[in-house]
Design a protein around this ligand. Structure first.
Ligand SMILES: [Zn+2]
Length: 88
């Protein structure tokens, strides 16, 4: 079986990302990777789930986002260049 059939992508956490970014539709937003230099939509990034969520670059597997909900707080770490339009 092809593993890609079992892999989730950034589209799977569209609602969570919209919550983090003030209602913005983030999955179509572009991210420039600081490691491989490729440009990909957030929805194309591979999603890994553990205690939180990790998005990885589809080009080189570098970490693009970590998101953890714990102790009543949400911690978000972004790497690379994200271009996001949010509602005012
Ligand atoms: Zn990359």
């Amino acid at each position: 079986m092809d593993d890609s059939a079992l892999t989730l992508d950034g589209n799977a956490i569209a609602g969570l990302l919209a919550d983090v970014f003030n209602g913005a539709e983030v999955t179509a937003a572009l991210r420039g990777c600081g490691s491989c230099g490729q440009l990909h939509a957030i929805g194309e990034h591979r999603l890994y789930r553990g205690p939180g969520f990790v998005l990885r670059c589809p080009g080189c597997d570098d970490v693009a986002l970590t998101l953890i909900d714990a102790d009543g707080h949400r911690s978000v770490r972004l790497t690379g260049t994200w271009s996001i339009r949010t509602p005012r």
